[in-house]
Design a protein around this ligand. Sequence first.
Ligand SMILES: [Cu+2]
Length: 331
Amino acid sequence: MPNNLALGKETFWSRRQLLKLGLCSTGVTGVAALWHMANAKSKSIVKVPDLEIAAPEGVAQPMKMLRNFDYGTLKQENGRTIREFRLTAGTSVIQLNSAVSYNIWDLNGHIPGPTLRVKQGERVRILFLNNAGHSHSLHFHGIHSSDMDGIRPVSNGTATIYEFDAEPYGVHLYHCHIEPVTRHIAKGLYGMFIIDPPTPRPPADEIVLVMAGYDVNDDSHNEYYAFNGLPHHYMDNPIRIYKDQLIRLYVLNIIEYDPAVTFHLHANFFNVYRTGMTLTPSEKTDVITMGVAERHILEFAFRYPGKYMFHPHQDAIAENGCMGVFEVMNS
Ligand SMILES: [Cu+2]
């Protein structure tokens, strides 16, 4: 376990500091582009609408987050490829509606944190800087050694490194693991962590949906709920998809204080890949129950154009913000 590094905010990611850590190497930029090039042939048959709506500036950016994956930076070290990510915890204020704002902890300036994406077997390195005014950590779901399990506090103003091999493939997550863990998660320190299988999944319009809650009056009950950070956002700004296009949803339930929620899709049924750990579906349904930290891949295509809601089937949770609409367009 590397010791936490007492570093200033400005200097943490400087070349000098990275040299100190022995982390400077030939970086490969444009990782996402390379990733897509590798799948260029298959990607070309996927129809994805342009992002037509100007994303609001702010700590939550649901429209940008939908199809945005952070592939990190590839580095070569001693003949080995490392996929490196940098995550910084900070403090922000989120405007939940016109009347309610709420102090949160963010990751890289956003809530939820970035959706990190790697391939099974890759060496993953996370450089974590805590500038959030309180001890935090990052605990990744997956298989790794105990010293990389992210339960040790990283005090404010210091940094640490988590490094492990990406396994097994699936839809996973990362979150702060400092007590009270429920509170640290509920205030924003979480994100999705996708490990792709060695054989890529079939081409699809891939969309991330993270369900979370906000306990704004500290009574251990959520007053608001959201997909991808902002209550009701996809009701006012439907997610545009194409008719007959295979949609692959990566869905994570990180709603604290409620033991479980469901996810329901209107006027359709979806294939379920539990925890994203299979390449063939385990069931077909239109509502699935998810405990806290459960996540799945759900696949479907819409046969008819129009607007179709999706939401937990617990009305109080849906009506307080965890509700959205797919707008299916003729291709
Ligand atoms: Cu924390």
